[in-house]
Design a protein around this ligand. Sequence first.
Ligand SMILES: [Zn+2]
Length: 127
Amino acid sequence: MSSVALALRVHAPEYLERFGDRVPLGHRKVLGCITRCRTGELGGVQFQCDSCGSDHWVGRSCGNRHCPNCQKNKTSDWLAKQTDRLLPVHHFLVTFTVPEELRSLLRSNQREGYAAILLVAAKRSAT
Ligand SMILES: [Zn+2]
């Protein structure tokens, strides 16, 4: 169980008792999923280990997209895939937040738009 799940199992009941009437239903569902994930409350699976031959039982996972237990492998897979895509050179990742009003203009004029953004950023970083 992740430390997030453990912390939620300990503190979520009191939190929900105090503020539950103001917590959106979707958030309560996520808390329920994370706190019950792999505990056995969602059922479980019995299997025999190919290596040692022993029988093992594991609790079912919740599968919720917000659950750190369930998303750990997906996150690791995504990170490995992104790492494989890295070019073998030193580089930087720069992220700009463009105001909503300018996004369609930027999409249709990418060359000029990105050049203008980088020019302004370079001028501001020089001052
Ligand atoms: Zn889960």
